[in-house]
Write a protein that binds this ligand. Structure first.
Ligand code: ZN
Length: 415
């Protein structure tokens, strides 16, 4: 224990009520597992405010609790922290700190989070993690990933998918004792923006499905319940997107329900020059880009000029990985033109996962530009959100929506 926490523990107030206890008594969430969500406050310096905030050691939460203050600041650039109402700068101990408040609510850079925020110094920055019951986490995710005002049965189906996905990631993360969090709060996992997104309707729908998760037909643990915005006509299996099978997904399903999604069709024009710049940028930022491209290109991109892009396979087939073929001519006289095949999902991330909305597209070359005309938005695996929404509006029940999009899964209650 460093001197800071020794000092704090000597001055700690025994009368400070532990916030987790307060919230638990309010919410009766004892049996639900707690999820560790990495939150990413903007910048490297931030403030945490709240009612009688106390700081303790993350490794020993029972020890070294500080005197309460209404505001603490944290500077991740030099991994220090301090109270705003007192002088003194302290290093964040290697095992991290846990910050909690008397009423169970913490305000981090203007966003409210429940229960506990932990800050760990890692390399020359820090990792900030919110610990909270998974059911409370879902009450917030409802309004970030979908919308509590959509048809009730559709939202309940989506909450179950969302809970299953989180539970899967939690079990995966806990296999590595060094992992400090289970899920990211971004699109990388599920968007989570804290308590400000929680509304009464979302809370009610989460409670109606409490503890329900999807497992494979034999009931072996949760499936990785992927979902996406709009499939564009049919869902696909994980191996088509990422090149590897995932338990619980054996077939895609036809889906006419998302035809009225605002993103059921899209088009994008990208010049060859712009495309090549994006590919070269990916070589610097994506650690996997090098292995995804042939060595003749990645060793010397400047020697080649992109001239055409085309889908390698009929992208709607259910058996093969989706790929695109890039055609290059040599800038050096006498060398033959060459082609490189790359995974379509990876290619989409290089170009722009927002502008290139899916990997279900046709390409036509128009002069020195490729024009992509595609269907759907997202990777296309698992539940199609706009499809589920339409199913709910047409009177389908929650379980019917789930068995449509996850035909190889079954539903059970885990807590
Ligand atoms: Zn669909």
């Amino acid at each position: 224990m460093n001197a800071f926490f020794l000092l704090l523990s000597l001055t700690s107030l025994a009368s400070v009520e532990r916030p987790a206890t307060v919230l638990r008594s309010l919410r009766d969430d004892d049996s639900a597992p707690r999820v560790r969500v990495r939150v990413n406050p903007e910048g490297q310096f931030f403030r945490i405010t709240g009612d009688r905030l106390v700081v303790g050691l993350a490794a020993r939460p029972d020890r070294g609790v500080s005197v309460p203050a209404s505001e603490w600041w944290i500077d991740c650039r030099d991994q220090t922290l301090g109270r705003s109402d007192a002088n003194g700068v302290r290093r964040i101990p290697r095992g991290g700190v846990v910050i909690s408040s008397a009423d169970g609510i913490l305000n981090l850079n203007g966003k409210r989070y429940p229960e506990e925020i932990r800050v760990y110094p890692v390399d020359s920055a820090c990792i900030v993690v919110n610990h909270l019951p998974i059911e409370l986490y879902l009450e917030s995710v409802v309004n970030s990933e979908f919308n509590s005002k959509w048809a009730k049965e559709a939202v309940e189906a989506q909450v179950i998918a969302s809970r299953t996905y989180a539970w899967y990631q939690m079990l995966e993360a806990r296999r590595d004792l060094k992992k400090l969090y289970d899920v990211e709060s971004s699109e990388k996992d599920q968007v989570y923006a804290g308590l400000d997104r929680v509304d009464a309707l979302g809370r009610e729908l989460v409670r109606a499905t409490r503890g329900m998760i999807l497992s494979d037909k034999k009931g072996r643990g949760p499936i990785k319940a992927f979902y996406h915005s709009t499939c564009g006509g049919s869902t696909v299996v994980p191996e088509q997107v990422w090149g590897a099978k995932v338990a619980g997904f054996r077939r895609g399903v036809p889906c006419s329900f998302c035809a009225r999604s605002p993103v059921s069709e899209w088009s994008l024009r990208v010049s060859n020059l712009d495309m090549q710049t994006k590919i070269e940028r990916a070589l610097k930022s994506d650690p996997d880009a090098k292995s995804a491209l042939p060595s003749w290109f990645h060793l010397n991109p400047a020697a080649w000029l992109l001239t055409a892009v085309q889908p390698k396979l009929a992208l709607a087939t259910q058996t093969k990985e989706q790929e695109v073929e890039l055609k290059f001519i040599s800038r050096t006289e006498g060398r033959p033109a060459r082609t490189a095949s790359v995974n379509a999902y990876r290619f989409r991330n290089w170009v722009s996962p927002v502008l290139m909305k899916s990997t279900q597209f046709q390409v036509s070359m128009e002069g020195v530009s490729a024009v992509f005309r595609g269907r759907g938005y997202g990777h296309g695996v698992g539940l199609c959100q706009w499809g589920a929404k339409a199913m709910g509006e047409r009177g389908y029940k929650r379980d019917q929506i789930l068995s449509h999009y996850y035909p190889d899964a079954r539903l059970s209650r885990q807590w």
